[in-house]
Ligand binder design. Structure first.
Ligand SMILES: Cc1ncc(COP(=O)(O)O)c(C=O)c1O
Length: 434
């Protein structure tokens, strides 16, 4: 059912046309089930905030209230706190970005920046090109502004320049208006892959020569496990890229503070749109983050997060190797996600009820495509459960995959994966997986 409702809804005929595209995402529907304590959830993208020094954060809250309470509790500027905007420059410098605090606009999470940019650029029917697969809730935003979402394929090195070229050519031949390329070049959600430096340059050139704005979404770039990733797209192109960042993954999403670094002209409109939407982003959250950055070893804290997530990534890859050796998956060098490919004949969405019965949750691949592709794909998140629970989750998933294959075999009489015959040791479910 869409948000446009049904005949039981007395307002059925009153909703705006744009709500026709507003349907509950697979991720959203999953949350209710996945949050049950007995389910190992490999579904959501929740950062492991328990790794934060919570007493330090508490001290920060106290200090902000004691020293700047009347500012923290007041409306602020529509562009965001000036000191925080300067500090954001230091954060972005770690990814090779140089800019001016004047061009930073603080938003209510980067999700809100996605909404504002879409609002500024998209008329109904305009095209957004996104990687296939792409971040589900960005596509919810694009759809809610009645954009046509077109995918360009990616591989283990990120978006494929030739695929982008072909997509642009065919859209132009059809007379379509392409407004921007939405990309998560580093540790992408959901695929976990990273665009190489050479491809970064090539993709920027393709967009520049076709007059297409680039919307670079980079929540995970600082969470690398081995070598640092290539610098951001924005580090090479100031005029053609709107860069989105956030404190959600390197600090905590509860503050709801993200930002956009935009070319000058766009920045002006962005501030007006921000003011129209929220008057000003939360002064309280901004001041707390600003104080945290000024008084805490925040880079050391990001290192701690890296260590936590690296260990979990390793646990997931090891469990996949042990339990599902015949399948293939991406090997992320950072971020939160592994992208798993099932045998062609499996449908991960149809398999989900069986997974929930086996007390494991994941996000089906179709959530990450606008065109119904991704049936045999699964996004697995390793950010939240501990390594033991990750292993247990993959063990349960193996049972689900094998059960589904057996079922298909019963009807089709085809062969099974080797993994079906493996002797999987039963590990009793832990009492609490959250
Ligand atoms: C790719 C991507 N962009 C944007 C967001 C939104 O993050 P926030 O609004 O918390 O900054 C997320 C959250 O998971 C994400 O994965």
């Amino acid at each position: 059912m869409t948000a446009q409702g049904n005949n039981l809804d007395p307002w059925y005929h009153h909703y705006a046309d744009r709500t026709a595209n507003l349907s509950a995402s697979e991720v959203r529907a999953l949350f209710a089930v996945a949050s049950r304590p007995e389910v190992v959830s490999l579904a959501g993208g929740m950062p492991f905030v328990s790794a934060l020094p919570q007493d330090r954060v508490g001290d920060t809250l106290d200090r902000v209230m004691r020293e700047r309470g009347s500012v923290a509790l007041q409306y602020g500027s529509g562009q965001g706190d000036p000191r925080l905007r300067e500090q954001i420059l230091e954060v972005m410098a770690l990814e090779g970005i140089r800019g001016s605090a004047d061009d930073v606009v603080v938003t209510t999470g980067s999700q809100h920046a996605l909404e504002l940019i879409t609002k500024l650029f998209i008329n109904p029917g305009d095209v957004v090109i996104a990687e296939g697969p792409s971040y589900v809730t960005a596509m919810v935003v694009f759809r809610s502004f009645q954009a046509q979402i077109e995918h360009a394929d990616m591989d283990e090195f990120g978006l494929i320049p030739e695929a982008l070229r072909r997509k642009i050519a065919s859209l132009k031949a059809d007379g379509k208006r392409i407004k921007f390329l939405y990309t998560i070049p580093t540790f992408s959600n959901p695929a976990g892959v990273t665009l190489t430096w050479e491809r970064r340059l090539e993709i920027l050139e393709i967009c520049r020569s076709n007059d297409i704005l680039v919307l670079e979404d980079n929540p995970y770039g600082l969470l690398y496990f081995d070598a640092p990733p290539p610098h951001a797209l924005r580090s090479v192109d100031e005029d053609g890229v709107v860069y989105l960042g956030t404190f959600s993954k390197t600090l905590a999403p509860g503050f709801r503070v993200g930002w956009a670094l935009a070319p000058h002209a766009i920045r002006e409109k962005l501030i007006l749109a921000n003011e129209a939407a929220v008057l000003s982003p939360s002064s309280f959250s901004q001041l707390v983050i600003s104080d945290y950055l000024a008084t805490t070893d925040w880079k050391g804290q990001i290192d701690t997060f890296r260590g936590v997530y690296r260990e979990r990534r390793d646990a997931m890859l090891q469990a996949l190797d042990d339990y599902l050796p015949d399948l293939s998956w991406t090997v992320p060098n950072g971020g939160f996600y592994v992208w798993l490919t099932l045998p062609d004949r499996l449908d991960s969405k149809a398999m989900l009820p069986r997974a929930v019965t086996e007390l494991v949750a994941y996000t089906p691949g179709t959530a990450f495509y606008a065109d119904g592709s991704g049936k045999n794909k699964i996004r697995l998140s390793f950010c939240y459960p501990t390594p033991d629970f990750i292993r247990e989750g993959i063990r349960r998933l193996t049972k689900v995959v094998n059960g589904e294959l057996e079922l298909l075999d019963t009807f089709a009489g085809t062969g099974q994966l080797d993994v079906v015959r493996q002797d999987l040791k039963y590990i009793s479910p832990p009492p609490n997986i959250n």
